[in-house]
Design a protein around this ligand. Structure first.
Ligand code: CTP
Length: 410
């Protein structure tokens, strides 16, 4: 990285928690320094059981601090907190996360966290059981609600020979997130906006046991909701699939197209942006059997009828301050079909994706989409679904302000 990096000249406090992954933050620190950042390492007492001060002092921009009571500088936490452009916690242990979430300030690192106005990036690493414990889940949700950037642990080999989620995220991923802080990628572009997102495939009951469904996992919709929240929006997510509590989102759980229609139509009018990422069934059973259909009765005749088209309904009732984004899951004529849906449903954008590709569409973590709108189209490269959501939201927000649909300047 050269000094054209967005990190050049930035003051970063690197807080190191007491976990086995502490050794990896040495590499992270070196990369931050290489990118031109001024890195102040702050090690917790527990971290010193895993790593030594010497390495961090040698590779950091100034010597390690570990205590509020280091002699020469009587108020290092306020100085660190005020001067920092960002604070990174890597590894952030369950204990460090809990203390930060509850505002405990009993050592140099936690006092700095409580005293700072700088953005904070939490790079979590711990055993799977701890990461999934309700207390950690709640603390992470609390931090996200406060605008803290959380980089979740990755799946892989853990200390003690276990395998599972818990490994510190790759250095590249952490660097990318920190760079984004300074390149405007995570700006509050949706601050003050109400955003409604739908996610998942609807289930249309046949009887109390069976349903008609589709392959949607809800991942892209959830990524849109999470990205919108990070951009400062007040988000409601209407979902047919469970949503990780750690995302801290307001979720309305629904099952059928009709449930989704009811939930969306009560919320939509006040919203500045609606993203219909859900795979809504086009047809439902005309009659739902109130009891389980028995095999002995022979193959049933299932008569279908259309469901309400939610996107088309929203398009016909769209208030002047609202941007409407639909999806098109296609296996053939991508752009032509997306354009037809744009026109017929009166949407402002259609996010078109080819669900027949192995690395895009249903269930996978990546996507490749084309954003189709009046007169033009923007093809986005393959990226993870969160990144796709960020790019689409960034583009849509700029369009809405340029068009005067949103009157604020963002
Ligand atoms: N949609 C909706 N209500 C429906 C069906 C679809 O709101 N009953 C929305 C989807 O959420 C998506 C967009 O319409 O944003 C397009 O969905 P898609 O399934 O691709 O298209 P259809 O309208 O169902 O058309 P076709 O089946 O012919 O592709």
């Amino acid at each position: 990285m050269s000094n054209s990096s967005p990190l050049a000249g930035k003051r970063i406090v690197l807080g190191v928690g007491g976990g086995i992954a502490a050794y990896k933050s040495v590499e992270l620190m070196r990369r931050l320094v290489d990118a031109g950042a001024f890195v102040s390492p702050v090690l917790t007492r527990a971290s010193l059981r895993f790593v030594g001060k010497t390495t961090f002092s040698a590779l950091g921009s100034e010597p390690v601090r570990t205590s509020l009571w280091d002699a020469a500088d009587p108020i290092p936490h306020t100085r660190l907190a005020q001067q920092a452009d960002a604070i990174i916690l890597a590894p952030a242990t369950a204990d460090l996360i809990a203390r930060y979430a509850t505002g405990i300030a009993d050592d140099l690192l936690t006092t700095t966290l409580v005293a700072t106005k700088a953005p904070v990036v939490v790079v979590a690493a711990m055993h799977t059981e701890m990461w999934q414990h309700p207390s950690v889940v709640e603390n992470i949700a609390t931090l996200r609600k406060r605008g803290v950037v959380v980089i979740e642990p990755e799946v892989g080999r853990l200390a003690g020979g276990d395998n599972g989620v818990g490994r510190l995220a790759a250095t590249e991923k952490v660097l990318a997130a920190v760079e984004e802080l300074f390149s405007g990628g995570r700006g509050q572009i949706l601050h003050g906006k109400k955003v409604l997102v739908t996610a998942g495939g609807t289930r249309e009951a046949i009887d109390p046991v069976r349903y008609l469904g589709n392959r949607s996992s809800g991942k892209q919709g959830i990524a849109f909701a999470a990205a919108a929240a990070t951009f400062g929006a007040e988000v409601t997510l209407v979902s047919t699939v469970p949503v990780p509590e750690s995302l801290g989102l307001k979720v309305v759980s629904v099952e059928s197209a009709q449930d989704m229609f009811d939930a969306v139509s009560t919320e939509a009018a006040q919203c500045d942006l609606v993203v219909m990422a859900a795979a809504v069934a086009d047809f439902r059973c005309k009659e739902i059997s109130p009891v389980k259909i028995k095999k002995s009765q022979g193959a049933p005749q299932v008569v279908l009828e259309p469901t309400p088209d939610i996107l088309a309904f929203l398009g016909s009732a769209k208030p002047g301050h609202q941007v409407l984004v639909g999806f098109a899951a296609e296996t053939g004529e991508l752009e032509a079909e997306a354009r037809r849906k744009l026109r017929e449903k009166h949407a402002d954008f259609i996010v078109a994706n080819n669900v027949a590709e192995h690395d895009a569409g249903f269930a996978v973590d990546t996507n490749r989409v084309t954003l189709v709108y009046e007169g033009s189209a923007l093809a986005l490269d393959l990226a993870d679904k969160r990144r796709i959501a960020e790019k689409v939201l960034g583009f849509v927000a700029e369009w809405a302000r340029n068009k005067g649909v949103w009157k604020d300047q963002g």
